[in-house]
Write a protein that binds this ligand. Structure first.
Ligand SMILES: *Cc1c(COP(=O)(O)O)cnc(C)c1O
Length: 258
């Protein structure tokens, strides 16, 4: 598996080098994106047990054409941070895309988000109240299938970051299981502190793994996914047990500063 990815990656590099001067900008961009996502998948394949992990291509601020190029490689999971941008892209792009909402979720936007039929998951449920609001939103927009949710945990305990405290994680999960029939508790998610040394064990990943263990021990029969790892540390996250990595910059390139 890894071997074939590398062969493809090398083939792409060679053909891009040979033909770049005759290609349009759009064609060059397409090949660049194919190269990038192939490289990420090749890197993922070097991690034992990676097969279970899902790659979410984080496409915030990137034009629909970029997403289409990645879509055409067979990729289906995309992540967006802003409700308006997600709504626009989900209307424009193919309906078999599986969208992940990974931005801060405001209560007054829950209905808009829940109404997107091909929304795969909301990864940023950060309180019991938000879970209730989202559950109600699913009812009022008559969502056909229960909506997968991840409970966001503020593993680095930073003021500026959303998410429940690691100590409250189990309680929020239990609440969703017991009181939110329109939601499916899919797992836990963390962003973590920026600039951690990727060569050392990451305390955010360790903390999320710990939250998973504690919560599962209190909720027999539950198997929680772990959404952790971004461009700078997704391999490390996979090694730590991530089942859902969210990669933006490494696939789409740098984003414009807000
Ligand atoms: C933007 C974003 C990502 C992707 O970050 P990169 O470092 O560009 O890979 C992942 N997760 C969340 C929650 C984000 O907001």
């Amino acid at each position: 598996m890894p071997r074939s990815f590398y062969r493809l990656s090398n083939l792409l590099q060679t053909s891009i080098r040979r033909t770049k001067h005759t290609m349009s900008e759009q064609q060059q961009r397409k090949l660049e994106l194919i190269q990038n996502i192939t490289d990420v998948k090749a890197a993922m394949a070097t991690v034992p047990h990676h097969q279970k992990a899902r790659l979410v291509a984080v496409s915030k601020y990137k034009p629909a054409e970029d997403l289409m190029h990645v879509y055409e490689t067979g990729h289906r999971h995309f992540g967006e941070n802003y409700v308006q941008e997600l709504v626009e892209k989900s209307t424009k792009l193919p309906s078999d895309i599986q969208w992940h909402f990974i931005g801060h979720l405001q209560s007054n936007k829950c209905k808009t988000v829940a109404a997107i039929p091909n929304l795969f998951a909301v990864e940023t449920v950060d309180s019991i109240k938000k879970a209730d609001t989202l559950n109600k939103a699913c009812i009022s927009c008559e969502r056909k299938e229960p909506l997968r949710v991840f409970v966001q945990v503020n593993t680095s305990r930073e003021e500026a970051k959303s998410g429940v405290d690691p100590e409250s994680c189990t309680q929020v999960c239990q609440h969703i299981q017991a009181n939110c029939p329109q939601l499916t508790l899919q797992g836990l998610m963390t962003i973590g502190m920026f600039g951690r040394d990727p060569s050392e064990t990451n305390p955010d990943f360790e903390c999320l793994v710990d939250c998973k263990k504690k919560t599962e021990s209190m909720m027999p029969g539950t198997d929680l996914e772990l959404s952790m790892g971004m461009s700078g540390d997704y391999l490390q996250a996979l090694k730590a047990g991530s089942t859902n990595i969210r990669v933006g910059t490494t696939i789409f390139g740098a984003r414009p500063k807000k």
